[in-house]
Structures are given as structure tokens and as C-alpha cells.
Design a protein. Structure first.
Length: 94
């Protein structure tokens, strides 16, 4: 959902990034597919339990992010880039 804004404050899940996030209304989504999983009124521990029940493979692997401003999203994206392993350049000799 690049350049799309969250229609309401809610919990969203990005399965490939292994991230559960509370994203504020009107805040830009970080790149990738985000799935709305619960309203903002639900307690965080209940949302985490719900995600683990729906996606058992994420148990103990997903991180949590609080993205209530565009600056939060910028910092989240910056940390995601730093966390990715660098690609190695392999040179073959002729």
C-alpha cells in the first residue's frame, strides 16, 4: 500500500516483514501488503493473541511497531533497510 493512508487507527499486520503495527488514522502505510486485523480499541495483548491464533507460524517471531505519525513510518522504514542483510557482490574470474 505505498502512498496510501490508513483510513482509521487500527492494528495492521505485514506478514512478510513479520510486523504487527498500530497505525494512526491518516498516516502513510510503509511499503508492502498490510492486513487490518483489529480496531485500535482492542488491547494490544489481545491483538497479539489473535494474530498468533490466525497465523501460528508467526508465534514468537513478529515484532510490534507503533506508527502514529509520518515520522514514525520514516524511522520504521529506515530501520527495516538497516536490518536487511547486505547483498554480497560475487565476482567471477575469467
Amino acid at each position: 500500500m505505498p502512498d496510501q493512508l490508513a483510513p482509521e487507527t487500527a492494528y495492521y499486520l505485514h506478514r512478510s516483514a513479520l510486523t504487527l503495527a498500530l497505525i494512526g488514522k491518516g498516516v502513510r502505510f510503509p511499503p508492502g501488503p498490510w492486513l487490518r486485523v483489529a480496531d485500535a480499541t482492542v488491547e494490544p495483548w489481545l491483538v497479539e493473541e489473535l494474530v498468533h491464533d490466525l497465523f501460528p507460524s508467526l508465534r514468537g517471531k513478529a515484532s510490534f511497531a507503533l506508527l502514529l505519525t509520518d515520522f514514525d513510518v520514516f524511522e520504521f522504514e529506515r530501520l527495516q533497510v538497516r536490518a536487511r542483510p547486505a547483498k554480497r557482490l560475487i565476482r567471477f574470474r575469467p
